[in-house]
Ligand binder design. Structure first.
Ligand code: GLU
Length: 254
């Protein structure tokens, strides 16, 4: 088990992301990382083996801020625990992605991408997803469509969140076999593996269902179900206090 946090706001999201990762530490992990769209318009990534504290140390040494970002604690399934295997994974000109779960057909997708000229920098199953989103983006030039085309090719379990430096107004996420929630704020929105990560910033949550793909902007969101229909999902109000952890029934692959 491991964790995902993402945020889009009008304030620096890095402290929100790091606090979110701390709140997911109970799930277990071996490394941590963060990627934000910095004010230069490029994606900046920092990763560290070990505790979230090590990632915080890296941030202290190399201060980073941004209004859009994603973060991850990894529990390695494919590739040793190492900085190069830690998430977020990046593809070419600015796609960053975090993933919980296991992609079963990663070898086949990797071979195809290598044939198309993509270079891999990790041993993870996850990196294929980032390159695949980039690959589809060349054809559709729409991040939401590119993520939908990508997840249609994936076999296995995933909760994933993607940002693009060419698309600073949204996060795109998808769920199949691993939990992910949207946290609704006031002029800012969040995503995470579970509500515990987001209790300091919101009490309003939407639980994605299997096969959902979703875009989250600062002031709105849109969910498509597994058949591509726009759907509304119930908003749940959590009564947990900010220091409470809600530990759900997570599958072992997540
Ligand atoms: N399978 C991916 C990896 O090994 C994700 C692991 C996780 O869920 O943290 O990097």
């Amino acid at each position: 088990m491991c964790g995902i946090v993402g945020a889009i706001a009008q304030r620096d999201v890095v402290p929100i992301l790091i606090e979110g990762l701390r709140r997911l530490e109970y799930r277990g992990y071996d490394s941590a990382g963060v990627a934000v769209l910095s004010d230069t318009g490029t994606i900046k990534r920092l990763r560290a083996v070990g505790k979230v504290r090590m990632l915080q140390d890296a941030l202290d040494a190399d201060p980073t801020s941004g209004l859009l970002g994603i973060a991850h604690t990894r529990w390695a399934t494919h590739g040793v625990p190492s900085e190069r295997n830690a998430h977020p994974h990046i593809s070419r000109d600015g796609i960053a992605l975090v993933h919980n779960g296991i992609i079963e057909n990663h070898e086949e997708l990797r071979a195809e991408l290598q044939g198309a000229g993509y270079e891999f920098t990790s041993e993870t199953d996850t990196e294929v997803i980032a390159h695949r989103v980039h690959y589809h983006l060349q054809k559709t030039s729409d991040l939401f469509k590119a993520v939908r085309a990508t997840v249609a090719e994936l076999e296995g379990a995933y909760a994933l969140v993607v940002i693009s430096q060419k698309d600073p107004e949204r996060l795109v996420l998808a769920r199949q076999g691993c939990p992910v929630v949207i946290g609704l704020g006031d002029g800012e929105n969040f995503v995470a593996s579970d509500v515990a990560a987001l209790l300091p910033v919101t009490r309003k949550f939407i639980f994605l269902e299997e096969g959902d793909v979703c875009e989250v902007r600062r002031d709105r969101y849109r969910i498509l179900d597994k058949d591509g229909n726009t759907v509304q999902r119930n908003v749940h109000e959590s009564e947990l206090s900010a220091d409470a952890a809600e530990k759900g029934d997570f599958r072992t692959t997540c």
